[in-house]
Design a protein around this ligand. Structure first.
Ligand code: PLP
Length: 531
């Protein structure tokens, strides 16, 4: 063990040798540990294992802290391998098993084993994606998979893109490019050179847009929340009206100098509309905004059109469902998270843009110690200067490995299986006593519903009744987690006046089956019958 503790006795070659042997046996033991705890994909698929291994063994934060004892002592000499492995085992036991078939908590879950292989390879090589010099194969893999994504979304072949650390960052890329498009002076001179910039997204759009508006100096009040219809889709006439109001406001107020943004889009908002963000698959309801109509409006007013397809973009892989994304080919930019429905390892998010060269123009800083232009190879392969990051992980390779292994047809089949299972669940709960759907139908694999326990059924639905029902979801969730038998999310949707309801999210991995859906139904009924 001495080598792992940094002890160095004997010749340096001996140290290297014994060190690498011990470390590799340590790594093998860690893999064994992951297997025995049912963490690796596929190990929890047999029913026997799912019963023995809960999704979560919940402990309250203070209790878990007490049990795990994670403080690293000052000036110590490090743990023995045995103690460390036992500590790691406790840490894994105290973790949520997201590859468990009964984990439906958020928009991700499960892990594609090919994606994990891709992730392991790049982690082991510890590759940094900024230059061809240090990432030759992976630079080409990113190029190839971006090309494949551009084709998938029907964007021009000479478009561009990048893998970003998550959808929030991909959306931020769209805002910075749209800002650059509307006011290129901002890059060097700052926002004071620009008119106030106003963004438009639906009320049900993802909150990352507000974060982006804050970070980019746009201001969160300068995002107009365009109303959605009963199905959670942006209403195009409302979008157009909001754009006109902003443009009118600018005319009336002498260059906007004294007017601040308002959040609801009905006040005297003034400024230059610079981006419209449509959502393809909203986070809660899974609704698709009418992309074609929104694209036309953007074209009419000369506004950047971004489609946030982080969640719902995966349906474009299926011929059966891709019409939901009709019009996405007109987008200036698109964000898509393979780490959600497809089960690519976190993080794997793609940002695509139709305009060649714009990312570089907008983001480059031309660091002379990294992106030397007098390199002996074709330096246009040093793609890292398009990024806001310096060091960057090779997220593209996770998707490359999955796509290469499964092909278009394999990915499509996984998506269709997830959709089929979500439809099966929908049929199971439609008209079933105690279940009520939030929407009459759903477009994506999110199924939103209330569970009404027996004691609340058939009563007049007064304010008090809803006050009572609102507590059912958190209480039922508590029972799920304490028993470790199931994880599903719940939330209110305040812009629609909807109080706490469940959202079952079906993803591709581990491939769900009808019996998993029946399990969810029966587990909710079992845990909820006395609430
Ligand atoms: C999840 C999500 C995002 C953010 O993606 P992260 O990878 O979690 O940052 C953005 N938009 C939509 C519609 C999402 O559902």
């Amino acid at each position: 063990m001495s080598s792992l503790n940094g002890g160095m006795n004997g010749r340096i070659e001996d140290w290297h040798e014994s060190s690498s042997n011990e470390e590799s046996s340590f790594l093998s033991r860690v893999v064994q540990l992951l297997r025995s705890e049912g963490v690796l994909p596929g190990e929890l698929e047999s029913n026997e294992n799912t019963i023995n291994c809960p999704v979560v063994r919940f402990q309250h934060p203070a209790a878990l802290e007490e049990n795990l004892q994670l403080d690293i002592p000052d000036g110590g000499k490090g743990m023995s391998e045995e103690r460390l492995l036992s500590k790691l085992s406790d840490i894994i036991k105290g973790s949520v098993k997201t590859s468990h078939p009964h984990f439906y908590n958020q928009l991700y879950g499960g892990l594609d084993p090919y994606g994990l292989a891709g992730a392991w390879i790049t982690e082991a090589l510890n590759t940094n994606q900024y230059t061809f010099e240090v990432a030759p194969s992976f630079t080409l893999a990113e190029k190839a998979v971006l090309q494949k994504c551009l084709k998938l979304f029907n964007l021009p072949e000479n478009g561009d893109g990048i893998f970003a650390p998550g959808g929030s960052m991909s959306n931020m890329y769209s805002m910075v490019l749209a800002r650059h498009h509307a006011c290129p002076e901002a890059r060097a001179k700052g926002l004071q050179q620009c008119p106030p910039l106003v963004a438009f997204a639906s009320q049900d759009a993802h909150y990352s847009l507000r974060k982006g508006a804050n970070w980019l100096g746009i201001g969160t009040d300068n995002i107009i929340g365009v109303p959605t219809d009963d199905e959670g889709k942006m209403i195009p006439t409302e979008l157009e009206a909001a754009i006109r109001r902003v443009k009118q406001g600018s005319k009336h107020t002498n260059g906007c100098a004294t007017v601040n943004g308002t959040h609801n889009g009905v006040g005297e908002l003034c400024g230059k509309p610079f981006i419209v963000v449509a959502t393809a698959g909203t986070t809660v309801l899974g609704s698709y905004d009418p992309l074609e109509e929104i694209a036309d409006i953007c074209q009419r007013y000369g506004i950047w059109f971004h489609v946030d397809a982080c969640w719902g973009g995966s349906l474009i892989l299926s011929k059966k469902y891709r019409s939901l994304l009709h019009g996405i080919e007109k987008a200036d930019s698109v964000s898509w998270n393979p780490h959600k429905m497809l089960g690519a390892p976190l993080q794997c998010s793609v940002f695509l843009v139709r305009h060649q060269g714009l990312m570089h123009k907008c983001n480059s800083a031309a660091a002379t110690y990294l992106f030397q232009q007098d390199k002996f190879y074709d330096a246009s392969y040093d793609t890292g200067d398009k990024s806001v990051q310096c060091g960057r992980k090779v997220d593209a390779f996770k998707l490359w490995t999955m796509w290469a292994a499964r092909g278009d047809n394999g990915l499509s089949a996984l998506v269709e299986n997830a959709m089929d299972c979500s439809r099966y669940f929908l049929r199971l709960i439609t008209d079933r006593p105690g279940f009520r759907l939030v929407l009459p139908s759903f477009e994506c694999t999110n199924i939103c519903f209330w569970f009404i326990p027996p004691r609340l059924r058939g009563l007049e639905e007064t304010q008090e009744w809803w006050d009572d029902l609102e507590k059912v979801a958190p209480n039922l969730k508590k029972k799920m987690i304490l028993q470790g038998s199931l994880m599903i999310g719940y939330q209110p949707l305040s812009n629609k006046g909807l109080r706490n309801f469940f959202r079952l999210v079906v993803t591709c991995q581990p491939p769900p089956s009808p019996s998993h859906m029946e399990y969810v139904l029966h587990e909710i009924e079992r845990l909820g019958k006395d609430l």
